[in-house]
Design a protein around this ligand. Structure first.
Ligand code: FAD
Ligand code: DLZ
Ligand code: SF4
Length: 507
């Protein structure tokens, strides 16, 4: 009996569980549908990347002898939902069973489960830790901390291990990292993949169908197939990995990528496997081409953070994205959608997001995320923004990063303290403040850096919650040492800033 094999847009791997089961008589379904392309207003480059990669992957499957039914967005028969396309194909071909790989979002897991046809959702074993392994690790722990989970994963995979000991004697070399960067004319930029005819056709489609979405569609330079993604990996390992560690937290005006890998879109969509990326990095270290603090730092991001975040998303359940521990209610201001701002750090991070559908981790966490948290923005709106604007954004990874790590809306499941800072941190790690209309050294007054005002205002508002936090509580001694008049000024100026921002003034 033939079965329907479902392959979603972020499951573009020949080794994905559902495809491993495919028999010659089965029919593979891939579908471009409006439901997926519009559950948030995705950045045009994100839609174009996925549609182009889906079309090319369908071609590869056919070349391997599989029958693929591929629905294009403009197909007049398109029901515009994954469920609708499953039922349409099943009815047309008399298929009675669906084999799928578990989607990375509760919404779609439920939608598949609710269909009036049996859908067998196989475990997505691209991830190195299964749900059961993560649950077993989390069971009975008072706090879930990435570092402990990461060590388990190092032991499990043997990556950068000498027997049962970590390479070099330590698990983590971050004390050698976190340096600010300076302009370097010799820095090699990531390759730009010139779109071929198939990608051009997708770009035209996206331009016509998603005209109002935030973000520039062109120039579009992402790879859209496995061969291209492998070239990106090779380029990163050769030209950027060695410097990745020291400069992973640095930010520079006009340099959106620094030494970052830009591999997240390919890993998340299935074009690269997390394990092969980690192995390529470990091998470069073994060949003596890159320093240990860079190799370890990079592998920790994938083996540690990426797997940990996915574990949290599935452990915490479908209500996770609705959490709002700090009861933040303010609307996301227009500057997140590109309205002019005088804050040069925000203009840089949001500008490159508009142009490339990309910002690196510290920009997401310590610039835009930090601002949203300090300003008390509704985390559901912050969540929707991040899910929309980044090319690598899928709920399983984006939600724990935003609701948990960045907005502290989950009450400390992901992190033990909120990631907040005044302008000092941004000034230390970037050159943004030099070109800013505000003065980072000014704590109050007309030119005071908004991060300075909002930082103290945030801590003051949430004193009851954070004063006893062992990692942040001591900061209240500094606040208490300020005289009352200064504290009143900070509160009043922060309120004025937020008021002007809400009124749509350029801030
Ligand atoms: P690099 O700096 O080169 O890092 C290497 C790889 O490590 C990445 O490709 C990624 O696979 C992994 N990685 C690093 N940090 C994390 C992390 N915190 N969680 C999961 N994987 C990580 N990552 C996404 O893939 N999708 C998202 O939607 C996403 N949203 C984020 C939102 C916020 C507020 C924050 C703070 C982080 C978010 N991240 C997200 C994590 C991280 O910022 C991106 O993975 C990274 O910037 C991707 O660029 P890169 O490939 O150049 O990463
Ligand atoms: C993100 C996305 C978009 C924009 N479009 C499609 C699509 O048309 N068809 C499809 O199969 N998948 C798409 N995706 C990826 C899904 O939204 C993703 O599989 C789920 O969010 C689960 O991670
Ligand atoms: Fe950002 Fe403040 Fe620095 Fe301006 S002065 S770039 S607002 S941190």
């Amino acid at each position: 009996m033939s079965r329907l094999i479902l392959v979603l847009g972020d499951q573009l791997s020949h080794h994905i569980a559902a495809l491993r089961e495919a028999r010659p008589s089965d029919v593979v379904l891939m579908a471009e549908v409006m439901d997926e392309a519009s559950y948030v207003r995705h950045h045009p480059q994100k839609i174009a990347f996925l549609f182009a990669a889906m079309r090319k992957f369908a071609g590869e499957l056919r070349a391997r002898g599989l029958e693929v039914v591929y629905t294009r967005l403009d197909d007049p028969e398109n029901s515009q939902s994954i469920g609708g396309e499953i039922l349409r194909l099943a009815a047309a071909r008399g298929l009675r069973e669906v084999i799928a790989t578990e989607p990375g979002e509760w919404r779609l897991i439920r939608a598949l489960g609710d269909l009036p046809i049996p859908v067998h959702q196989r475990a997505d074993d691209r991830f190195l830790a299964s749900h059961a392994e993560f649950e077993a690790w989390a069971e009975g722990r008072k706090e879930l901390r990435m570092e402990w989970f990461y060590r388990e994963m190092r032991r499990k995979t043997g990556l950068l291990m000498q027997g049962d000991q970590p390479e070099g004697g330590q698990w983590n070399y971050d004390h050698d990292n976190r340096k600010p960067a300076s302009g370097d004319l010799l820095r090699v930029r990531p390759p730009f993949c010139e779109p071929d005819a198939e990608t051009q056709a997708v770009l035209d489609l996206v331009e016509a169908r998603f005209p109002g979405n935030f973000g520039r569609l062109r120039p579009f330079g992402w790879a859209t197939d496995r061969a291209g993604a492998l070239r990106m990996l090779d380029h990163f390992v050769r030209h950027a990995l060695d410097e990745f560690g020291p400069y992973q937290d640095a930010m520079l005006a006009g340099d959106p990528f620094l030494y970052h890998s830009l591999l997240s879109p390919y890993i998340n969509a299935g074009l690269l496997s997390p394990r092969e990326v980690c192995e390529a990095v470990a091998q470069a270290y073994a060949r003596g081409e890159v320093r240990l603090n860079s190799a370890e730092g990079y592998i920790r991001q994938i083996l540690g953070w990426r797997e940990f975040m996915r574990g949290i998303y599935f452990l915490e359940g479908p209500d996770y994205t609705a959490r709002n521990l700090l009861d933040h209610r303010r609307d996301l201001p227009a500057l997140f959608w590109g309205a002019r701002t005088r804050m040069s750090c925000m203009a840089e991070a949001i500008g490159q997001t508009r142009d490339h559908a990309y910002a690196h981790h510290i920009q997401r966490l310590m610039v835009t995320g930090n601002f949203a948290l300090l300003a008390g923005i509704d985390p559901a709106q912050v969540h929707e923004w991040y899910l929309a604007v980044y090319i690598d954004a899928y709920e399983w990874v984006q939600a724990p990063n935003v609701i948990g790590m960045s907005q502290f809306a989950d009450g400390g499941v992901v992190g033990s303290k909120p990631y907040v800072s005044s302008g000092n941190y941004i000034n230390k790690m970037s050159d943004y403040c030099k070109g800013c209309a505000y003065k980072v050294a000014a704590r109050t007054g007309r030119d005071a850096c908004p991060f300075n005002l909002l930082y103290w205002d945030f801590l003051d508002r949430h004193r009851e919650r954070f004063a006893r936090n062992p990692r942040i509580g001591r900061i209240y001694a500094t606040w208490d040492r300020m005289d009352e008049a200064r504290r009143r000024t900070i509160r009043a100026e922060a309120a004025d800033f937020l008021h002007r921002m809400e009124a749509g003034e350029t801030v």
